[in-house]
Design a protein around this ligand. Structure first.
Ligand code: URP
Ligand code: ZN
Ligand code: ZN
Length: 473
């Protein structure tokens, strides 16, 4: 194992900014302080650079089967892309296809383990609820899975009824687990989709028109009310509406244990993007809304109403009929073109795991909306706390995993698909001028990204067993 001494950098944590050296030994941070020395250590000069805890993206979908295809990043390519963007831990979702829940966890672990290049853990989707499922929930803790995602949309596929969500929350509260909520109104969506298709509407914008904002707003409040009644913590994923943020603020003002995540796409893009000829690139669920929504979501970060910025990374090719080169080999995966004739057949999801930190730094920190400390809280520390990984992850302190990003706050670049490593043929931030970028990325003390150079190895990422009774922040 490499011993590395990073000297002369500025350490940024969620609540502190400190000029100090930092020593990485045996995969851990062992010392922080002025003028450190260690014989035999590799010395890295970080003068003028920031030292951040490795990013944690609590919401990615790798190798996820959807419609007649699969999300185009797997547990190697998605992890590699994450690392280049400064993220060293990702959380993916187990599907509950097999009635034996632990079998599903085991299967995804077996799929991910040989490919993983950064550390990872799993949430599980609970899309069916009966006594057998209820009985198995406590067993998930032994498997290190302590977070349960439920849906108020996708009727007859993923959705649970409100009473089922409530029952699950009661078990979650008793066991110290966290319920995660995809908040949209499935009934309204189904009716609007039927009407739209009958009227012959096929274009991408109908994805947004048929998933109205009010559905998300009422579903956030519904989730908060159920959580209040169950005295259970709740984490609302991918928050996309101003009204949803207002409901989150209200729930938190009432002292409820409700937390929220947004994603960069909901800060920067609107329904107008879905009206473009290449609008399918922006199709995800829930959809982007209006500039007013963008502004309110930003405000939710500025005033700490929200707790995390994840990505919901779930990329598809825009044109899956054309191969791209990935690590020198041609790759072709069906993508958004599947829905050319029908917006309901466009695979839902976007790339973003690599873009998240550089884009949020440029738009948030450089433009003066967020402090560097808030940036660390939103991209790393808060997720570690909420998901039971703190202080192993998300922290710059002796004893924590040496997941470190040396961040160059002055580096400027024109971003886009040619720069990024996400395995898809487009980038939402094409041509954006970014300032602030990872220079080196360490996973448990080993350098996996050095500038443009990739040093990560398949299989080196570890599965993280998460603990129950995590913090509610
Ligand atoms: O469009 C999206 N977000 N696809 C992933 C599934 C989800 O609901 O997060
Ligand atoms: Zn979702
Ligand atoms: Zn998702």
């Amino acid at each position: 194992m490499t011993t590395t001494l990073i000297k002369n950098g500025t350490l940024i944590t969620a609540d502190q900014t400190l000029e100090a050296d930092i020593l990485l030994e045996e995969g851990k941070i062992t010392l922080i302080g002025p003028d450190l020395a260690r014989e035999g250590a590799k010395i890295v000069d970080a003068a003028g650079k920031y030292i951040l805890p490795g990013g944690i993206d609590p919401h990615v979908h790798l190798d996820l089967a959807m419609f007649d295809t699969v999300s185009s990043d797997d547990h190697y390519t998605g992890h590699k892309a994450a690392a280049f963007g400064g993220t060293t831990t990702v959380m993916d979702f187990v599907e509950d296809k097999d009635p034996d829940l632990l079998k599903n966890v085991k299967a995804l672990r077996e799929k991910a383990a040989p490919k993983a290049v950064i550390d990872y853990s799993f949430h599980i989707n609970i899309t069916k609820f009966d006594d057998r499922v209820a009985d198995q929930i406590p067993d998930l803790i032994q498997a290190g899975v302590t977070t349960l995602k439920v849906f108020t949309a996708y009727n007859n596929r993923l959705r649970l009824q409100d009473g089922e969500i409530f029952q699950l929350m009661l078990i979650a509260a008793e066991q110290g687990l966290l319920t995660m909520l995809h908040a949209e109104n499935g009934d309204v969506i189904d009716i609007l989709v039927d009407e739209a298709l009958r009227a012959g509407h096929t274009e991408p914008i109908w994805h947004a028109y048929t998933r109205p904002a009010w559905g998300a707003v009422e579903a956030v409040l519904r989730g908060a009310a159920l959580a209040a009644q169950a005295d259970a913590p709740l984490y609302v994923v991918h928050m996309n509406t101003a009204g949803g943020i207002d409901q989150l603020a209200y729930a938190r003002e009432q002292g409820l244990k409700v937390m929220g995540e947004t994603c960069p796409q909901y800060l920067f893009f609107t329904e107008e993007h879905l009206k473009r000829t290449d609008g399918a690139k922006w199709i995800c669920s829930p959809p982007m809304r209006t500039e007013l929504d963008n502004k309110r979501i930003w405000q939710g970060l500025v005033d700490n109403t929200l707790q995390t910025v994840g990505t919901d990374h779930c990329p598809f090719f825009y044109d899956g009929k054309k191969a791209i080169l990935y690590e020198g080999k041609e790759v072709l995966i069906p993508g958004k073109e599947l829905g050319q004739e029908d917006f309901t057949k466009i695979p839902n999801g976007l790339p973003g795991v690599e873009d998240r930190m550089p884009v949020l730094w440029t738009e948030g920190v450089v433009k003066g909306h967020l402090t560097p400390n808030q940036f660390v809280a939103y991209t790393s520390t808060n997720a570690a706390k909420i998901f039971g990984l703190y202080p192993q992850k998300g922290s710059l302190s002796p004893g924590s995993d040496a997941d470190i990003v040396i961040w160059d706050p002055e580096k400027k670049l024109k971003y886009g698909v040619e720069v990024a490593h996400q395995r898809t043929d487009y980038n939402l931030y094409e041509g954006w001028e970014l300032q602030g970028y990872p220079e080196k990325v360490y996973l448990r003390g080993e350098c996996i990204v050095d500038g443009d150079e990739w040093l990560g190895k398949r299989g080196q990422g570890q599965f993280l067993m998460r603990k129950p009774h995590a913090e509610v922040i």
